[in-house]
Structure formats: structure tokens, C-alpha cells
Write a protein that binds this ligand. Structure first.
Ligand code: PMP
Length: 366
């Protein structure tokens, strides 16, 4: 018996509003084909691994000192990357970085949400948005998408104007449904919002739409564009998320961030990985082509894939999605039950992994 095992969660003096909640939990199972957390399936190239190794080795010589609290050099490198990617001139004062974009989102709600404040999101969307809202005691205002999971931006702007949330989350491309919001429609939501609008662009590199970064000039007091190195950058294990915004917003987040939140090892590794951005991001076109092939094949098998602009596909229909998910696992393929009735989500993998998934799909009870 583990020490303290007889104490139950119910017996703890937990905050009332956290009682009965479930933690975020994509199952981490050891199966042959893992297509469940939207990672890049290609491991980093050997030159990147060697560069990370050398950078971490050099950083290790100063491990007795705290890291650069403001991660200035890393933010400068991220600004350079994003300037090239979006053709919007950014410098390090426009960038902020943290341990994954989840930490970025948490800092945003710590600074701009909190007790007595609200955050609105268009569901189904990324399940961590309401979980981080709960953790920061921000009231969550779930707002439905259309039946086909697209966002009616006119209706969205109207509800934002009516509900006056302190923070609005717009995920584009949207996880878990895959579609992007047409760039030209984002402005309406920004115009209507009284507070902060977070455009969560975790999958931006896969998208056919331009980044919301180009709207920063028009909405500097409202817009935060959140990004991550976990997806296209193939750096999920490195934990590096970032945002682009006006410098005052970065100043606001510094009021809530923990000092030295980004270790010197993380900063060194992320900077090394960024130096190989071209090589890593070369996989994006391959993955987009595979995505389209998998969607087409699913259609051919009689499934209904939702059009995707990301590196995953939501597809149906299943009479019992949970049972079908289990059936995939039993056949060695781990995908994701995101809780949308009749649907499952598959991450685009290597061609071999995708073939294995498609082969198994033929035998899955629907
Ligand atoms: N936003 C969205 C829409 C996501 O899908 C994810 C990861 N699943 C994240 C943010 C967070 O990713 P990370 O913390 O690894 O940057």
C-alpha cells in the first residue's frame, strides 16, 4: 500500500468548484500506431538533435544560475520566425513564451479572467479552454457552433456583443473539428469584443488561411495570437508555446507568470530547434497532402470526414463512438474520442501509420 493511500479525494478540503471535475486526459497507451494527440509524426532530424544536445550542454554549465527570466533571446528568435511566417514586423516585445501554449492560455486567464469575470468559447473546441477557465475561476460561457462545426461569425459577434465576456477564445484551425475561420471574418468578432480575444493558432502552419497576426495592427489592445511548437514544429516534448501581441499585453502577463518559468534548458533547446525550422516545417506540406488522402479514403469507406485545415480529421458516423474507439485500440490503433456523439478524431501520421489506420477502419463496427 502506498503511503497516504487511505485518504480519498472527497476527504480533502478541495475548492467546491473543483469537486467532481475530471482532469484533462488523453490516454497515453503503448500501442503500435498512435494518432491521438495531433503531434508531428516525424521525429526531429539528426542535425536538430545534435544542435539541441550541444545547446543544452552549454546551458548546463550555468545551471547553478537562474535562467533569463524574460527569455529575451528566445523571444527574439520567435519574433524573427513569426515575422517571416506572417510578413508582419514583430520584435521581442511583441512575443511571450511559456511551457506550452497551455501555460500561455493560463497566464492570459490569470491576468484577464478570474473571479467575477467570464470567458466565451465556440464549442466543440479545445477542451483545455474551459478547464483553464475553471482553474482560474473564470466563468465559462459555452457557445455552440453550427451543426457542421463551422463558426457563424455574424452570430458569434452578436453573442459576444450581448454577453460581454472579458475573454473570447477563437480556435483556428479549430480542434477537434479541423476547420479554419475565413480570415476576413475574424474582424467582426474583434470589433464586437469588449475585452481580450485570443486566437488560438496551435495548428496555424497547416492552415490555408493567413494568421491573425496581421490583425494586431488594427486591434492592439484586444488581440492575442497564441501559438505552439508542439505541432508542426515537432517539439511537443520540449514544451514551448508562445504568443504575439502588443507589448502592454506582454507586460500584463509578466504580473502573473512565475519567475524563471522557462528553464535555461528549455530556452536553449527551443532556440536550437528554431534554427532548424525550415527542415522541421518541410513536413507540413507532406502532412497536409496525407490529410487530404486520408479524408478522401475515409469518404471512400463510407465515413463522413469533416473538412480539415489542420493535421487531424474528425470523422463519423459511429452508433457508439466509445465502443468504436475501443475497437481501434484493440486493433493497435490509438485515436481520440473527443466526446462528440458519433465521431472520433484521428491525427495524420506517416503514410504507413495512415495506411494502418485506414486498413483497420474497414473492420470497425459503426
Ligand atoms: N491549443 C490547441 C487548440 C491545442 O489543440 C493544443 C494541444 N492539443 C494546445 C493549444 C496546447 O498545446 P501545447 O501546450 O502543447 O502548446
Amino acid at each position: 500500500m502506498t503511503l497516504g493511500e487511505d485518504v480519498t479525494l472527497d476527504a480533502l478540503p478541495l475548492r467546491e468548484d473543483l469537486r467532481g471535475r475530471s482532469p484533462y486526459g488523453a490516454p497515453q497507451l503503448d500501442v503500435a500506431v498512435r494518432l491521438n494527440t495531433n503531434e508531428n509524426p516525424y521525429p526531429p532530424p539528426v542535425e536538430l538533435v545534435e544542435d539541441v544536445q550541444a545547446a543544452v550542454r552549454a546551458a548546463a554549465e550555468s545551471l547553478h544560475r537562474y535562467p533569463d527570466r524574460d527569455a529575451t533571446e528566445l523571444r527574439r528568435d520567435l519574433a524573427d520566425y513569426l515575422t517571416v511566417a506572417t510578413r508582419v514586423l514583430l520584435d521581442e516585445r511583441n512575443l511571450w513564451a511559456a511551457n506550452g501554449s497551455n501555460e500561455i492560455l493560463q497566464q492570459i486567464l490569470q491576468a484577464f479572467g478570474g473571479p467575477g469575470r467570464s470567458a466565451l468559447g465556440f464549442e466543440p473546441s479545445y477542451s483545455m479552454h474551459p478547464i483553464i477557465a475553471a482553474g482560474t475561476r473564470t466563468d465559462w460561457v459555452p457557445t455552440p457552433r453550427r451543426d457542421d462545426f463551422s463558426l457563424d461569425t455574424e452570430a458569434a459577434a452578436a453573442i459576444v456583443a450581448r454577453r460581454q465576456p472579458d475573454v473570447v477564445f477563437v480556435t483556428s484551425p479549430n480542434n477537434p473539428t479541423g476547420g479554419s475561420i475565413p480570415f476576413g471574418e475574424l474582424g467582426a468578432v474583434l470589433e464586437a469584443a469588449p475585452g481580450i480575444v485570443v486566437v488560438d493558432e496551435a495548428y496555424a502552419e497547416f492552415s490555408s488561411q493567413p494568421s491573425a497576426v496581421s490583425l494586431l495592427e488594427s486591434f492592439p489592445e484586444k488581440l492575442i495570437v497564441s501559438r505552439t511548437m508542439s505541432k508542426a514544429f515537432a517539439f511537443a516534448g520540449g514544451r514551448l508555446g508562445y504568443l504575439a501581441a502588443a507589448p502592454a499585453i506582454v507586460d500584463a502577463l509578466q504580473l502573473v507568470r512565475l519567475p524563471y518559468h522557462l528553464s535555461s534548458l528549455t530556452q536553449a533547446a527551443a532556440r536550437a530547434a528554431l534554427r532548424h525550422a525550415d527542415a522541421t516545417l518541410a513536413s507540413v506540406a507532406k502532412l497536409a497532402a496525407e490529410r487530404d488522402r486520408v479524408a478522401e479514403s475515409l469518404l471512400g469507406l463510407g465515413f463522413t470526414p469533416v473538412p480539415s485545415d489542420a493535421n487531424f480529421i474528425l470523422f463519423g458516423r459511429f452508433a457508439d463512438a466509445q465502443a468504436s474507439w475501443q475497437s481501434y485500440v484493440d486493433k493497435g490503433v490509438l485515436i481520440r474520442d473527443v466526446g462528440i456523439p458519433g465521431h472520433l478524431r484521428v491525427t495524420v501520421g506517416t503514410p504507413e501509420e495512415n495506411d494502418a489506420f485506414l486498413e483497420v477502419s474497414k473492420e470497425i463496427p459503426r
